[in-house]
Design a protein around this ligand. Structure first.
Ligand SMILES: [Zn+2]
Ligand SMILES: [Zn+2]
Ligand SMILES: [Zn+2]
Length: 220
């Protein structure tokens, strides 16, 4: 794989995309992301939410006696002041798990698989992976996948590019709906563009050249 394409792959990985090698052509990569079908925000499968109120996993643990809160990365299992076992609670005060009653007692019940307690304890039946978009509350998601083509051009170019300035291979990219064509000019800045039909005489209108790749183009 070309070194430029490799750094592009790392760029996408760092920005929460999944990257796949194209086995048929090592000049391109596939880049994919799970997004909300309504607002196209990234959809994080690994996030947990409280089944009772929808609050996202806060990654904290709390002393049931004095209320002290520490991060889940803290290795202590007990409060150093009260010597009580930490619980893994939902942080929403209005959540049924935080109101007195049977639901609260149920979330604090210690089952045989997990000695930990609370909505977000491991093996808790009161939390689930994310069911709603964090941005708009929509309930469905889908994958967007683009084949990423990279063109490096040895000139400084402005916002118009003749189709003939592209390699033959990348000419194909601009006529394809599922492609993302990234152009790097000799100043080291990038322009990201979605493919669209273009005849030989037409010029491709590029989006602005920037130091960083404009990720918004992926979702267009
Ligand atoms: Zn809750
Ligand atoms: Zn305590
Ligand atoms: Zn959404």
């Amino acid at each position: 794989m070309r070194i430029e394409l490799k750094s592009l792959a790392y760029f996408f990985v760092a920005n929460d995309f999944e990257v796949y090698i194209n086995e048929k052509n090592e000049e391109t990569i596939y880049v994919s992301q799970l997004v909300c079908t309504e607002c196209l925000s990234p959809w994080y499968m690994e996030l947990q939410e409280c089944l009772l109120c929808g609050m996202v996993h806060p990654y904290i643990k709390k002393c049931p006696s004095c209320g002290k809160i520490v991060s889940t990365t803290n290795t202590r299992s007990k409060c150093n002041e009260c010597d009580e076992e930490f619980i893994y609670p939902c942080l929403n005060d209005k959540c049924p798990s935080n109101q007195e009653g049977n639901i609260r007692s149920a979330t604090l019940y210690t089952n045989s698989y997990s000695r930990k307690k609370g909505v977000f304890a491991r093996n808790s039946v009161f939390s689930t992976s994310m069911n709603f978009c964090l941005n708009c509350g929509n309930e469905s998601n889908r994958y967007i996948t683009r084949e990423v083509f990279l063109e490096t051009i040895d000139d400084e170019i402005d916002t118009n590019l003749q189709k003939s300035q592209l390699t033959k291979y990348n000419q194909e990219a601009i006529n394809r709906g599922d492609s993302l064509l990234i152009i790097k000019d000799d100043t080291g800045e990038y322009s990201a563009n979605r493919g669209h039909e273009l005849s030989d005489e037409e010029t491709l209108e590029l989006n602005e050249f920037k130091e960083k790749i404009d990720i918004e183009k992926f979702y267009d």
